[in-house]
Write a protein that binds this ligand. Structure first.
Ligand code: ATP
Length: 493
């Protein structure tokens, strides 16, 4: 990026009004002050900063603020009356642009600006200009720091820590340094510096343990909508019973996803299957195994909360996911890409189109895990070959998977599986999902507690016997799901 050069060109361009949308006011002001300090003596122009609280104040030399100009109309009248060259930076003037008097005053200033060598610069997080002002203005977009510049910032922060803590050496893990620089992409210079500062100043080290916190803070800076959520809970393969094929598939692609080997990055997978059998857990494990953050995109929120603005919000959320790369984007209930009820089918089609285009064009390391229970409402476009790398069917757990699930959930509750008759439990839980097995352990533990005794096989078997699993209560739909998946998906277990 060369913000300085571009800014110099806009300042020289004689454009009367320059618009800069940025959250990074301090950085833009510093850049402008730097430009002015390089002006030649014969073309020197003083620079002023205006806020509604302080009025105009010189930026290039120390002078008291001119508080009489704090009022938004006064400042424009004041500038209009001046005949000297100058650069006037108006911070957060955007709410006052709605007033026709201000529009006229800005026009008056702009008309004589070339002769008087005056420039107005508007800086706010968001600026909507009235049409007549738009014609007199140019928008300047701040480029974000590239990887070299980010590395420089992180290095500067490291040096800063060292100079503030004499005698203490900063421990820098080179690989963590590299990952930190990579993960800070997509942020402004001052946000990059702030996050690097948080990471380094907490323990005087650049280590891998800093990375999750950096990604979480980055997500908070980027996320302005409500469709994406940051999932703090990821999982490990060892948290999942069964799903062996799926685990192997993910493990094999780990290196390619991380960019450690020169193979095409995996795009994503679709997980279809019986409720409560570990699809969500698998999405969490994908993030855990790849060692990246997990973002969840909720289409039902998209339709319900952003009525009428669904596409824009989806685009913004997908853009956020791209900036957060490398990450896993989990789309729960992807069948909801087609809204039911409230929105018209035209919107649904466009939303699906936006998503599919993004999927096919994405170049960033965003691994999509889409999960679905209801295959009947899956839009056929989603299932077309090549959309996802693979479609897995997550069926009810096999006996050996049930054994693992029992073991896992007993151990999670600090109960030794060796005290149980595991074979009996596996036999009794035929047709149970992972969620139902977990539920049986929870319920039986309460029964044990109520009777002041330890949980044992007998209590668990009673609990299982008294439960009608989904495979019984919804036998037909489970059978239909299996039939549907037979030729369309590969088994996950
Ligand atoms: P749904 O479609 O209802 O969202 P799902 O397939 O996504 O279901 P999960 O949410 O992953 O299922 O499962 C619910 C809970 O059941 C999990 O949090 C976990 O505790 C337990 N569970 C389900 N399957 C397994 C499994 N294979 N191994 C270990 N635990 C499991």
């Amino acid at each position: 990026m060369d913000n300085s050069k571009d800014l110099r060109l806009v300042l020289q361009s004689k454009t009367p009004i320059i618009v800069i949308e940025s959250h990074d006011e301090a950085q833009v002001l510093a850049m402008l002050a730097d430009q002015v300090s390089h002006f030649r003596a014969d073309s020197y122009r003083p620079i002023f900063r205006w806020t509604v609280t302080d009025g105009l104040q010189r930026l290039d030399i120390e002078l008291e603020p001119q508080t009489f100009t704090a009022e938004p109309t006064e400042v424009l009248k004041h500038i209009r009356a001046l005949t000297r060259p100058g650069i006037y930076v108006l911070l957060d003037y955007h709410p006052f642009l709605k007033d026709p008097v201000h529009v006229r005053l800005l026009k008056d200033i702009a008309i004589t600006s070339e002769a008087l060598r005056r420039t107005i610069i508007l800086i706010s997080h968001e600026i909507e200009l009235p049409g007549e002002i738009e014609r007199l203005s140019a928008r300047f977009e701040l480029a974000l720091p590239n990887s070299e510049e980010r590395a420089k910032i992180v290095q500067e922060v490291t040096n800063e820590y060292a100079s503030e803590n004499p005698g203490v050496s900063v421990k820098v893990d080179p690989k963590a340094f590299e990952l930190l620089v990579k993960n800070l992409s997509g942020l402004t210079s001052s946000d990059t510096r702030r996050l690097a500062r948080n990471a380094i100043f907490n323990d005087g080290a650049v280590s891998r343990s800093d990375l999750p916190q950096v990604m979480e803070s980055k997500y908070q800076l980027l996320n302005t909508g409500g469709v994406l959520s940051y999932e703090y809970d990821t999982a490990k393969f060892s948290d999942i019973g069964g799903l062996k094929q799926l685990k192997t598939w993910l493990e094999k692609r780990k290196a390619a996803f991380r960019g450690n080997i020169k193979l095409q990055k995996p795009k994503g997978i679709m997980l279809l299957g019986v409720q409560g059998c570990g699809k969500s857990l698998a999405a969490k494990a994908a993030a855990g195994v790849f060692g990246v953050p997990l973002l969840k995109l909720d289409f039902s929120v998209l339709y319900n909360k952003f009525h009428g603005e669904t596409e824009r919000n989806l685009r913004e959320s997908l853009a956020t996911a791209s900036v957060m790369a490398p990450c896993v984007l989990w789309i729960d209930e992807i069948e909801k890409t087609i809204a039911s009820g409230s929105e018209d089918s035209g919107t649904s089609r466009r939303v699906l189109g936006t998503f599919l285009t993004w999927m096919s064009e994405k170049t960033k390391a965003v691994f999509v895990v889409a999960t679905a229970n209801d295959v009947r409402s899956l839009p056929p476009e989603l299932m077309r070959k090549g959309r996802f790398d693979e479609t897995f069917f997550v069926d009810l757990p096999t006996p050996s998977a049930r054994m693992e699930i029992f073991r896992l959930h007993l151990e999670q509750r600090e109960i030794d599986p060796a005290t149980m008759d595991m074979v009996k439990l596996v036999k009794q839980s035929d047709g149970f999902s992972g969620a139902e097995i977990e539920q049986a352990i929870v319920s039986a533990s309460y029964t044990a507690l109520a009777h002041h005794r330890d949980l044992d096989t007998g209590l668990l078997v009673n609990e299982l016997k008294g439960t009608y699993p989904l495979s019984v209560t919804m036998a037909e739909s489970v059978a239909a799901l299996r039939l549907w998946a037979k030729d369309r998906a590969v088994p996950s277990g």
